[in-house]
Ligand binder design. Structure first.
Ligand SMILES: NC(=O)c1ccc[n+]([C@@H]2O[C@H](COP(=O)([O-])OP(=O)(O)OC[C@H]3O[C@@H](n4cnc5c(N)ncnc54)[C@H](O)[C@@H]3O)[C@@H](O)[C@H]2O)c1
Ligand SMILES: [Zn+2]
Length: 357
C-alpha cells in the first residue's frame, strides 16, 4: 500500500485539487468511467469535468440513485454491462465521485471487473472523506446484511476537496462526525476532546479535523490492511450499529436510519458494555454519552425492536461461532478487540439506551 502522504490528499483550494487530479489522468488510461449518484453528480461533477475534458481521455458518466439501496448486486449488474459495452479494459480507470455508497459500490464493481481495474476515490461527503473512501474495503449489502459481499482492494488514491461539503445537508455531515468521534475514541483522546468542543460542525471549517481523523484511520489500516487484528478497532460502535441500521431500514424503509446515526447509537451501546465489562470509568462513559447526545437524537428503539435488532447481529462478520465479539473501550483513546459479549449484556445495553429516548 502507498504511504499515507501519497495515498490520501486533501485540498482546500480547488485549483490544487484539480491539479492533483490532472496528474492522475494521464495517457496510461484507455478511457475513464465516472460513477456518481444523482446528487454527487449534480453538486460535484462540475469541479472535475474541466480536468476530464482537458485530459482528452474518453470518459463516460454513470449515475445511480442516491441511498443505501444502490449498494446492491442488482444495481451493480447494469454498471458492469455498461463497462463491457463501452469497452472498459484492463487500462480503464474508474473514478468514484460520491459518498460511501458510491465509493463502496464503485470499488466493488472495479475490483470484480476483469479481476480488478484501477479506481480513484473522490469522496464528496464528510463520512467518505474521513472513512468510507479510505482503506480499500469495498462492500455491498446482500439479503438484508450490510457489506456482506466485498473485496479489500486499495484505490489508486483518494482526492478530497473541502468545497464539496458546502452542499452537504447537516444530517449527512453529522454522519461523518460520528465516525470522527469514533476515531478519537479508539485511538486519540485529544482528537475526541477537541471535536466535542465544537457545537455545530456545519458552521466551522473542518479541514484540520478531517486530516487528523483520516490519518487516524489510515495509520490503523496501514498497520493491518487485511483486518486480522488492529484494524478491527475501526468497528467500534458498528457491531450493534450495523444491526440497528439493517433492522430499521428493513422495517421503515431505506435511509430511515443513516449509517452514521446508527454508529452514534452503537457508540453509546458499546460504551455502556465497555463500562460494565472493561473498566471504562464512569466519568468517561458519561462524557461519551453526553457528547454523542449533544449531536444526535436518540433513535426510537423500544422493547418491541430488541429481538429484531439482535436477529441482525448474527450476520455480523465479527460474530464468531455464535458468539458476539465486539470492540470495546478500556478508556477514551484505547480500544480492545474481540471481546466476547453475551446476548444478555447486549439486551441490557438496549434497555439502558431506550430509557433515554
Ligand atoms: N468502506 C468502508 O470502509 C466504509 C466505512 C464507513 C462507511 N461505509 C459505508 O458508507 C455508506 C455511507 O456513506 P455516506 O454517509 O457518505 O452516504 P451516501 O453515500 O449515501 O451519501 C449521503 C447523501 O449525500 C448525498 N451527497 C453526496 N455528496 C454530496 C454533496 N457534496 N452535496 C450534497 N449531497 C451530497 C448523496 O447523494 C446521499 O444522498 C454506508 O453504506 C456505509 O456502509 C463504508
Ligand atoms: Zn462506519
Amino acid at each position: 500500500m502507498a504511504s499515507v502522504e501519497n495515498y490520501f490528499c486533501f485540498y482546500n483550494v480547488l485549483e490544487k485539487f484539480q491539479a492533483e487530479l490532472e496528474v492522475h489522468l494521464n495517457e496510461k488510461w484507455s478511457n475513464v468511467f465516472i460513477l456518481a449518484d444523482e446528487l454527487s453528480f449534480k453538486h460535484c461533477f462540475q469541479y472535475i469535468e474541466v480536468v476530464l475534458k482537458n485530459s482528452k481521455l474518453p470518459f463516460h458518466c454513470i449515475t445511480i440513485e442516491p441511498g443505501e439501496n444502490s449498494k446492491s448486486f442488482e444495481k451493480a449488474i447494469p454498471i458492469w454491462s455498461t463497462l463491457k459495452n463501452k469497452k472498459a479494459d484492463r487500462n480503464s480507470l474508474m473514478i468514484n465521485l460520491g459518498g460511501g455508497v458510491v465509493t463502496d459500490l464503485g470499488g466493488f464493481i472495479a475490483s470484480a471487473y476483469m479481476r480488478g481495474i484501477s479506481f480513484l476515490n473522490i469522496p464528496t461527503t464528510l463520512l467518505g472523506m474521513v472513512d468510507a473512501a479510505l482503506g480499500g474495503k469495498n462492500g455491498i449489502d446482500f439479503e438484508g446484511a450490510k457489506n456482506i459481499l466485498g473485496f479489500i482492494k486499495q484505490p489508486l488514491s483518494i482526492l478530497s476537496f473541502s468545497g464539496f461539503l458546502k452542499t452537504l445537508p447537516k444530517r449527512q455531515l453529522l454522519c461523518g462526525w460520528a465516525e470522527m468521534l469514533k476515531h478519537g475514541l479508539i485511538a486519540d483522546q485529544h482528537h475526541f476532546e477537541q471535536l466535542i468542543k465544537v457545537n455545530n460542525p456545519k458552521q466551522i471549517d473542518l479541514s484540520d479535523w478531517i486530516k487528523i481523523s483520516a490519518n487516524i484511520k489510515m495509520k490503523i489500516v496501514e498497520s493491518d490492511p487485511d483486518e486480522t487484528a488492529n484494524r478491527k478497532k475501526l468497528n467500534f460502535g458498528h457491531t450493534i450499529g450495523h444491526a440497528i441500521e439493517s433492522y430499521f431500514n428493513a422495517k421503515l424503509g431505506q435511509d430511515s436510519v443513516l449509517h452514521g446515526e446508527a454508529v452514534a447509537a452503537g457508540i453509546i451501546l458499546a460504551s455502556y458494555i465497555s463500562h460494565q465489562t472493561c473498566n471504562l470509568s464512569d466519568a468517561e462513559y458519561q462524557l461519551i454519552v453526553n457528547a454523542t447526545d449533544q449531536y444526535f437524537d436518540r433513535l426510537k428503539i423500544t422493547h418491541a425492536d430488541f429481538d429484531g435488532i439482535k436477529s441482525y447481529l448474527k450476520y455480523d462478520k465479527k460474530s464468531f461461532a455464535g458468539a458476539n465479539r465486539m470492540v470495546l473501550l478500556q478508556s477514551i483513546g484505547h480500544a480492545i478487540i474481540d471481546v466476547h459479549v453475551t446476548d444478555e449484556l447486549i439486551q441490557e445495553s438496549l434497555i439502558n439506551y431506550s430509557k433515554n429516548v
